[in-house]
Design a binder for this molecule. Structure first.
Ligand code: TXA
Ligand code: MG
Length: 353
């Protein structure tokens, strides 16, 4: 396995494109998360992607294209809203679910009549797709094992998939850090199937009344991210509002558990502990402060979950994000990573999202 350096140069792009054309599997950076790529006309490479991830074969892969011109090639009968979204947000963190053209092999779409299309906005991904040439595209799920946290650096990919892939292109840390927003179409209605890198307000601006409301975010059975345990760290993670968070932390601390506490609001453990437990260092309760702004929080979330997972905590207690559409993708991923989302807080449960 080759790991190409950060900001992979043209030689490495050419090597990666050659590997893909020959049926190799290449991990590459996008602005959202790292993808595990196979050229879509190579059935054995596509099969390897499913095998490496240990992903069920009926969960479709997103097809990545160099530019918007691929829309007509790989999809058919795209509605007006799809064109408007593509023109506004591509290249960018948006996946459109459209009717599949006969050129997309069935093994890529898990046998479905639709295909997920996306033009990523990362210089390495774009150079790779351009180098591959017209009429070629790359099927790429996130480069993690099924049900685990998506990688946002090349080191994450190496740690998780190691020698299983033929090459990893290193394009540095992902700018967005959360997966793309997925939009499907139902007649004149556009439906958000997965909140992601595009803010809801910006989608609403383009789609107006044709966007099904945020409260009716809907997921088809086949969106892998809709499985309850998706994006899960190994350490049990619970979500609480700030007050309950500290109460729970103290309960766990009292029984000798090692606890990581993650907040975004300014509520700081050190002040509280200072009052209650003067000068007593506490190694079992560690506080992490995340940004109070969703773009920065989203960029850090997956890398932080990995780091916290390595710290050997018995429990991770995470403050519920604000109940605000700008935080929808973060709330969605935290809910999936948590074991108590249905019990606590203002995050919608599986059946209503
Ligand atoms: O940001 C992203 O979207 C990243 C980067 C690598 O592009 N990719 C990614 O892929 O998150 P993956 O496979 O981890 O998640 C894609 C989601 C899956 O839940 C899949 O089921 C859904 O998109 N999907 C793909 N094609 C679909 C289709 N035809 N119909 C419904 N859902 C589809
Ligand atoms: Mg994934």
């Amino acid at each position: 396995m080759i790991v190409a350096e950060a900001c992979s140069g043209q030689d490495q792009i050419i090597a990666a494109a050659t590997l893909l054309r020959k049926g190799g599997v290449v991990a590459f950076p996008t602005e959202t998360v790292y993808g595990l790529g196979a050229e879509i006309s190579q059935p054995s490479a596509v099969r390897r992607v499913f095998d490496i991830k240990k992903r069920p074969a009926d969960l479709p892969l997103i097809v990545h294209m160099a530019d918007v011109s691929g829309l007509e090639h790989w999809a058919r009968e795209a509605p007006d809203q799809a064109w408007r979204l593509a023109e506004r947000f591509w290249p960018g963190p948006l996946t459109l679910i459209l009717r599949r053209s006969g050129r997309v092999p069935e093994n890529v779409t898990g046998g479905q009549d639709t295909v997920g299309l996306r033009v990523p906005d990362h210089p390495v991904a774009r150079a790779l797709l351009t180098e591959l040439g017209p009429e070629r595209a790359v099927a790429a799920p996130s480069a993690n094992r099924f049900g685990r946290i998506s990688p946002t650096t090349a080191a994450h990919v190496k740690e998780e998939l190691g020698e299983a892939v033929d090459m990893i292109l290193d394009g540095g840390p992902c700018r967005v850090g959360l997966e793309s927003t997925i939009v499907g179409f139902n007649g004149k209605t556009s439906v958000i199937l997965r909140p992601g890198g595009i803010p809801m307000e910006e989608l609403a601006e383009i789609l107006g009344e044709n966007l099904a409301g945020a409260s009716s975010i809907m997921r088809p059975v086949r969106v892998s991210g809709s499985l309850a345990s998706h994006y899960a760290p190994a350490t049990p993670l619970e979500l609480f509002c700030a007050e309950l968070l500290w109460q729970r932390a103290r309960e766990l601390e009292a029984v000798g558990a090692r606890v990581g506490v993650v907040t975004w609001s300014s509520q700081d453990l050190s002040q509280r502990r200072g009052r209650e437990n003067k000068n007593q260092e506490n190694k079992n309760l560690i506080h992490f402060s995340m940004p109070a702004e969703p773009v920065s929080y989203g960029r850090l979330l997956y890398a932080s979950l990995r780091q916290w997972d390595h710290e050997g905590f018995d429990h991770l207690l995470v403050e519920l994000p604000p109940d605000d559409s700008a935080w929808a993708a973060i709330a969605d991923r935290l809910r999936r990573a948590s074991s108590n989302a249905q019990v606590y807080g203002n995050i919608e449960n599986e059946t209503t999202t």
